[in-house]
Design a protein around this ligand. Structure first.
Ligand code: HEM
Length: 209
């Protein structure tokens, strides 16, 4: 049934917009939780927050929902890109002359795939990583003391920022909501806060702790 709902081109774009906006909400919550790293209490509140989430009765259904939303989002993104390519075999040359639209959509696929790759590495390291007898806070602090890791995260957050920036506005367009200039500026600010907020964490840990 889900496959039928998201099979047409309008349904696919609608699905991408809705799953994308749901992922935005996850990111906002995840960033808020990670801000506890700045508390300067040796990770007491950060670890307590993580324990609270892990022991919450809704954690398993929420995690399953998150995985399904993510898989659907990636699947629809690849499918829409393939459809576009099939419909316009020479579309790149044609659209390049007509403005930034094709550049933006091409960036979306690559920045999206880069974010997905980042996510796999991120989960292997933080969710399933070896804490070596320490706490989650210790693992995060230790990881971002490595130049390659901290630098890689900052780069990934720049790409995430591009992805969020383009997607936020196109998601509202798909939903038929016309953003006013002020709302467009607010949407750019939201993306900057999200990607910038995540990017500041490794930088701060690497440089100042
Ligand atoms: C500096 C930035 C970030 C830090 C320090 C961070 C930290 C963490 C940590 C420590 C965990 C494991 C939590 C636990 O096991 O209790 C986690 C899980 C996760 N992170 Fe991040 N994260 C960051 C950025 C991101 C970004 C940008 C994304 C998405 C693009 C993301 C997506 C996830 C997801 C999906 C999970 C699994 C959540 C779950 O299973 O409940 N994180 N993160």
């Amino acid at each position: 049934m889900l496959a039928k709902l998201f099979s047409g081109s309008v349904g696919k774009k609608l699905g991408m917009a809705l799953t994308g906006l749901a992922l935005y909400m996850f990111l906002a919550g995840h960033l808020a939780g990670n801000m506890l790293l700045f508390k300067g209490d040796g990770g007491a509140q950060y670890n307590a927050y993580s324990e609270f989430l892990l022991n919450h009765p809704l954690i398993v259904p929420v995690e399953i929902g998150l995985i399904l939303v993510l898989i659907l989002h990636v699947w629809l993104a690849i499918s829409v890109s393939l459809d576009n390519r099939r419909a316009r075999p020479r579309g790149y040359q044609v659209e390049r002359a007509s403005g930034g639209r094709n550049w933006a959509s091409a960036t979306m696929l690559y920045s999206g795939l880069a974010t997905f790759t980042f996510l796999i590495i991120h989960l292997i390291n933080f969710k399933y990583g070896d804490r070596g007898g320490g706490t989650l806070y210790d693992l995060v602090m230790k990881s971002f003391k490595t130049p390659l890791y901290a630098g890689g995260y900052v780069l990934a957050m720049v790409l995430l920022g591009f992805h969020l920036w383009h997607s936020f506005q196109s998601a509202f367009q798909t939903l038929g909501i016309q953003l006013s200039p002020r709302q467009r500026s607010a949407s750019i600010l939201v993306c900057l806060v999200l990607a910038g907020g995540f990017g500041v964490i490794p930088l701060w840990i690497f440089l100042f702790t």
